[in-house]
Design a protein around this ligand. Structure first.
Ligand SMILES: Nc1nc2c(ncn2[C@@H]2O[C@H](COP(=O)(O)OP(=O)(O)OP(=O)(O)O)[C@@H](O)[C@H]2O)c(=O)[nH]1
Ligand SMILES: [Mg+2]
Length: 254
């Protein structure tokens, strides 16, 4: 994969590794599903997005987030608002777009990979592969469309099925388009109680006003980090008990 080193620049790279596009927002530069668009954002104005150029990218922790939900709920709008502080009014259905950005998470510089998937049913068959690569999920619906809320249960089922061997999958339920209160079809209580039943957090966002946009991405990264830390602990624990055993095995009574 290729990542641009020019501040603020965006690059698209085809699956074959060739440069296919440069500059401008990805919404305007959709590639085929096989031509994943890799967009790199250099530090933006907010303090959370400072970058430390002296550190190599490879040494930074990388958290992989997948945007999931029905078509038109605002997955791309949320992603682009988080990446570039811009709200995209046009609706252009996504196939699959991928983004990477350096951010500061609780004082630690990390990288976030965001895979923005297709909500439209035409692309349902390719979702399994995308979901497999994710470490955490933003399960998005629109508060103005009850059907999109109902659909979250199916998306969650698919995630659980694909990641069946994993314990607790980092996931947040996101009710987007909170700026359209007058068109609300999903009561806060209904969404909150579903999230409680699933043991996850429920947050309402607006890609238009930017309300809670950073929160959902940062809270999810925290959940991913916590999971990785506990997995590492388990691994190290197992290793040290193995070492102890092999030491014992080498001893003999004199
Ligand atoms: N008012 C308002 N409109 C939004 C918001 N988020 C997205 N939209 C609009 O809703 C439409 C669909 O948004 P997208 O982000 O393209 O939806 P998507 O979930 O990526 O859809 P697919 O790519 O088909 O899965 C666009 O016209 C956006 O401008 C929001 O928070 N508030
Ligand atoms: Mg989209």
């Amino acid at each position: 994969m290729f990542f641009s080193s020019n501040p603020g620049s965006l690059c698209g790279i085809s699956a074959a590794g060739e440069r296919v596009a440069g500059g401008g927002l990805c919404m305007k530069q959709r590639q085929s599903a096989l031509q994943w668009v890799i967009c790199v954002s250099q530090p933006q104005k907010t303090s959370e997005m400072a970058a430390n150029k002296s550190k190599g990218q490879s040494s930074l922790a990388l958290h992989k987030v997948i945007m999931v939900g029905s078509g038109g709920v605002g997955k791309s709008a949320l992603t682009l608002q988080f990446m570039y502080d811009e709200f995209v009014e046009d609706y252009e259905p996504t196939k699959a777009d991928s983004y990477r950005k350096k951010v500061v998470l609780d004082g630690e510089e990390v990288q976030i990979d965001i895979l923005d998937t297709a909500g439209q049913e035409d692309y349902a068959a390719i979702r399994d592969n995308y979901f497999r690569s994710g470490e955490g999920f933003l399960l998005v619906f629109s508060i103005t469309e009850h059907e999109s809320f109902t659909a979250t249960a199916e998306f969650r089922e698919q995630i659980l099925r694909v990641k069946a061997e994993e314990d607790k999958i980092p996931l947040l339920v996101v009710g987007n388009k909170s700026d359209l209160e007058e068109r609300r079809q999903v009561p806060v209580e209904e969404a909150r109680s579903k999230a409680e039943e699933w043991g996850v957090q429920y947050v309402e966002t607006s890609a238009k006003t930017r309300a809670n946009v950073d929160k959902v991405f940062f809270d999810l990264m925290r959940e991913i980090r916590t999971k990785k830390m506990s997995e590492n602990k388990d691994k190290n624990g197992k290793k040290s008990s193995k070492n102890k055993k092999s030491f014992k095995e080498r001893c003999c009574l004199l």
